[in-house]
Design a protein around this ligand. Structure first.
Ligand SMILES: [Cu+2]
Length: 156
């Protein structure tokens, strides 16, 4: 399971490889600097507590966030990120593995590993079409348990 996921994610990354560098470079600009220590940016798409781990998912529309500053040729339109906190202590959990699968309105699937960045895990996705996206996340943080969250995100 894990290996397959890794292979799929690697394939997805390979396809977008030419754009990866610019996407990473613009990451801090998009988050507006000190994002790492603020809990959310007001774009919370989903939040739930599973087995003592609170997962807060945010979806940022980079086209709005960056106000036309998206590099030419970059296909990714949205930054999907998740912040984990220990539900008991309120402490941030910054170590772990996160995999996200997004099912588009046209039934296309994208699978990516989210990378640890500034206290959260995130990656850029291409949510180009209007409609409902099913976002599924599997994550292994804090302990060996694989937790799972699912939610809908609508692109208007
Ligand atoms: Cu991020």
């Amino acid at each position: 399971m894990k290996r397959l996921a890794t292979i799929l994610a690697a394939a997805a990354l390979a396809m977008t490889a030419p754009f990866t560098v610019s996407a990473q470079m613009d990451h801090s600009g998009m988050h507006g600097g000190g994002h790492g220590d603020t809990m959310t940016m007001g774009n919370v798409a989903h939040e739930e507590v599973i087995g003592g781990v609170k997962a807060t998912f945010e979806v940022l529309d980079m086209r709005k966030q960056m106000k036309g500053a998206i590099p030419k040729g970059m296909k990714e339109t949205h930054h999907v990120m998740v912040t984990f906190t220990d539900a008991k202590t309120g402490k941030k959990i910054t170590e772990g593995e996160v995999m996200v699968k997004i099912l588009g309105p046209d039934k296309t699937e994208t699978v990516k590993d989210l990378k640890g960045m500034q206290g959260h895990f995130g990656s850029d996705f291409e949510l180009e079409k209007k409609g409902k996206y099913g976002i599924m996340a599997k994550y292994k943080v804090k302990d060996g348990t694989v937790r799972q969250s699912k939610f809908w995100y609508t692109v208007k």
